[in-house]
Design a protein around this ligand. Sequence first.
Ligand code: G
Ligand code: G
Ligand code: MN
Length: 282
Amino acid sequence: MYQVKAQGRNSFRFFSPDMNKRSIKRLEMENNLRYAIERGELFLEYQPQVNVQNRQLFGVESLIRWQQPELGLIRPDQFIRMAEETGLILPIGNWVMKEAFTQNVKWSRDLNANITTAVNISALQFMQKSFVDEVKELIDVTGVNPKNIELELTESLLMESGQKTDTTLEKLKSIGLQLAIDDFGTGYSSLSYLKHLPIDRLKVDRSFIKDMEEDTDSTAITNAIIAMAKSLKLHVIAEGVENKAQLGILQDLGCNEIQGYLFGKPERPEYVESRFNTTYDI
Ligand code: G
Ligand code: G
Ligand code: MN
């Protein structure tokens, strides 16, 4: 059934032993994921976000990883979709927020570091009636400063922006959280929504940055996104910056915030915190 659905529904496929293997593997994985939280197999890595003007780290993005005893380290592209399809993303997403908020509190309390932690939010989480209350409760329980937390939402989620989406965004904003649009430029945006949504930051999708050096169209799009963000008084961060050539182009285009392997891969918190209060000499 999943195979048919993946190819556009209203069709059929004959069962094959190969499929059987795959569906058994899938079921096993799903079952394992179900217990991953209580077994302590999930953890977060954090990737630096750097201000290019002062070369200081101002924030991190939290990225989930799953250390599975038999299969080893599993990256999110291999389990987030399944977690969304099965609804497991709800308890997992809650765990991620709690963990990320708690880490942010440790950093500000123990290291006096006032940095932003960005958290990826799935559409299914955001759409829950209880989402805002859940976030509020986690803020209370962990004691995190909501100004230090940024929720990353996808463009497609925001595009479905009915009244309910707008109200949820307003509520999250009134709690004091920051809001970002992830993978910006890849969805089918009606750009007029940017004007009325309470968004703080656009994250330029990695695909544009990757091609900038050879492809003048990518540079043109990136340029347009940066210019638009500025005129709407939004922060704009480039994702997936891997080398100095890309950094140079982005600086010329007036982009002040950078995330990517050039400044650091996603790493364990103990490693990332060695970057606080230092200046990158890149
Ligand atoms: O670094 P990377 O392979 O970690 O991340 C791959 C994808 O998984 C990214 O698109 C990212 O948005 C998504 N992702 C990473 N962590 C989380 C998370 O905690 N929640 C959700 N919903 N998605 C995540
Ligand atoms: O979709 P989202 O932006 O949340 O996911 C970020 C993804 O991009 C993660 O998988 C992260 O590991 C990856 N990433 C971050 N920086 C770089 C980079 O400089 N190069 C590449 N290839 N991937 C990156
Ligand atoms: Mn993200």
